[in-house]
Design a protein around this ligand. Sequence first.
Ligand SMILES: *Cc1c(COP(=O)(O)O)cnc(C)c1O
Length: 369
Amino acid sequence: MPRPIEALIHIPALAHNLARARACAPDAKVWAVVKANAYGHGIANAFEGLRAADGFALLDLDEAKVLRELGWRGPILLLEGCFEMRDLELCSRLKLWHAVHCEQQIDWLAMHKTHEPHRVFLKLNSGMNRLGFTPSAFRAAWNRLNALPQVDEISLMTHFSDADSERLGADGIAHQLEAFEAVAADLPGERSLSNSAAILRHSARVRSDWVRAGIMSYGGIPDFPEHDQAFWDLRPAMTLRSKLIATQQLQPGDTVGYGSSFTADKAMRIGIVACGYADGYPRHAGSGTPVLVDGRRTATVGRVSMDMLAVDLDGQPEAGFGSEVTLWGQGPRGSVLPIDEVARAAGTIGYELMCAPTRRVPVTALHQD
Ligand SMILES: *Cc1c(COP(=O)(O)O)cnc(C)c1O
């Protein structure tokens, strides 16, 4: 028998979540963001669940190739644009649209020989200070692109750093929105601003011709714990599950796992789960991290080790060898353990956990609920 751990990808949940993005931004076209192997869900699975999107946005040229091989003929956007001049040939050949965020990328375009002018998304650094032209350099970049025969249509994009919170005053996006509107006001072209958090929280104020739905497509909550899956009506698209492969009866004073970080203060039974950090489960998840056993909520005890972790079976006398354990996602009988709750207990975010399952975890797509 193979080791019982596996990841399940729920195709109907992907479709549902995409429909939620559309409902939030009904006037916009939707990029399904499928970078990082579709946030760990697999490009082919994401393609199946998200094919109602208007386009797919990603970073890796190899992933773009896979999408074309899967038969997608619609728009594909390279969110970071080209990494070297040669990439432009692939853009021409596969008809990829690409971000332009720096002068170097314009230089390459100017030297590129193509019969098919490119659609580009000129990126403004509106305050996040990762990629993009500063407001003072933006118009000159637009003029340069506009003069190139290699360029067909220029769209405008920027990215919010704080759309998920109100840290930066009014609503986290006001200063970036202002910066964008100031430079983009009298430029033609389609606009792409919103990520998931902005789609969910700010669609009434942000005019986006194209929204970029990443984490919400997978059922992750960008503004957890302020809001949860029920509030935004999103469904987990990934389940990580395994089984109990042993149980132990502890007496008061007994400890669990490496470093003896957990000490029983009473007699208790624990289960040992075939899942550890080498499967992508976060080692930083300390005792008390939520977990489902047979669909019922309990908590981890002790340190996560490479291949195993322990769970409290108190109150679950019927649980034992072979019981199903849901590390995150959808459990038996309609139970759900939001990935964001596990992430929070581990001091990280759902995004990171989704990308974490390792190669030794087999992935199965489920085509029905
Ligand atoms: C990853 C990414 C997104 C998607 O962000 P989510 O928070 O996952 O919705 C949108 N835009 C850009 C430029 C990105 O890199």
